[in-house]
Design a protein. Structure first.
Length: 303
């Protein structure tokens, strides 16, 4: 079991492609990874660990600490001191008739978020609204709705109430996100689970990619494919779970090499950093900024 936990929040500054491989019987050649039972997009924890480990290398961390926290390099023995859960959707951006765009979430997403955060020792004070398939519940001062309707993509839904959910605290601390923080407080729209599922399945970005034959100046034979991306402004969450690392000394006794608190202090250095996640870095995709929140632990405080 883990001793310490950090909350990791990922804000997509550009579209992000975390691929699942080639799909033969799909109009999209390179789709993104999704949960099997919900079809919600995810970023695998294994990929996040690799990204964070590479960032630590780039920052020239102590090599021994990198191996203790993120695990040994290929071919070496041992395991990491950190477990990283898959990053799941918390708020997903969609086009709106008013206010350019807003974010959607749903009761299933919010309840899972609260459950997972509380499992890791975080306190989440948030009421979960329950709209129907034909209705929405919006933030106070919402700019993406008129008097009684909200238009999301091609859906026209009734506005039946307001909520006080504030996801701005999970956005990066950097001052450049001031407008986005203000907007997500107002323009987060809670929709029914089935409506949310349909929108995250049908409104991801699908881009045609090509390779040009330098001799002919035309698309090379067989070099046209379609690639799927999570859109910019998607907000995801994950958990970073830490266990102390012990190593056997020459006398066969186990000695503490790095505590969970020590690992936490190191990983908090990634807070507010830009991380590249997924593929297509050379075409300007996959750039995100992260927020890391301390305060989680295995056993909650006793009252």
């Amino acid at each position: 079991m883990f001793e310490k936990a950090l909350g990791l929040y990922i804000y997509a500054d550009t579209p992000v492609h975390t691929g699942s491989g080639i799909e033969v019987n799909s109009p999209v050649d390179l789709p993104i990874q999704r949960e099997r039972h919900t079809t919600f997009p995810i970023i695998p924890g294994s990929g996040l660990k690799g990204v964070m480990k590479q960032w630590a290398r780039d920052q020239e961390w102590n090599g021994a600490n990198i191996k203790l926290i993120f695990g040994p390099d290929d071919g070496d023995e041992g395991k990491s001191g950190i477990a990283i859960t898959d990053a799941k959707i918390l708020a997903y951006p969609v086009r709106t008739m008013r206010g350019v765009f807003g974010w959607i979430t749903c009761p299933l997403v919010l309840d899972r978020f609260k459950k997972e955060m509380e499992m890791a020792g975080f306190s989440v004070d948030m009421e979960t609204p329950s709209p129907s398939e034909q209705t929405t519940i919006v933030g106070n001062g919402c700019s993406v709705s008129d008097t009684d309707k909200v238009v999301l993509e091609d859906l026209v839904l009734d506005k039946v109430g307001t909520h006080d959910i504030d996801l701005s605290e999970y956005l990066p601390d950097n001052n450049v996100y001031g407008y986005i923080k203000n907007k997500i407080q107002k323009d987060l729209v809670v929709v029914d689970n089935s409506v949310f599922t349909n929108l995250v399945e049908l409104t991801t970005e699908v881009v045609a990619r090509t390779k040009i034959d330098p001799g002919k100046g035309t698309v090379a034979k067989g070099a046209l494919w379609y690639e799927e991306y999570l859109p910019s402004d998607t907000l995801l969450y994950s958990l970073l779970l830490f266990s102390p690392k012990y190593e056997k000394d020459n006398n066969g006794e186990y000695k503490l090499k790095m505590s969970a608190e020590g690992m936490t202090a190191e990983v908090l250095k990634l807070n507010d950093q830009v991380l590249h996640i997924g593929g297509d870095e050379t075409v300007g995709k996959g750039f995100t900024r992260v927020k890391i929140v301390d305060g989680g632990k295995n056993e909650p405080e006793k009252s």
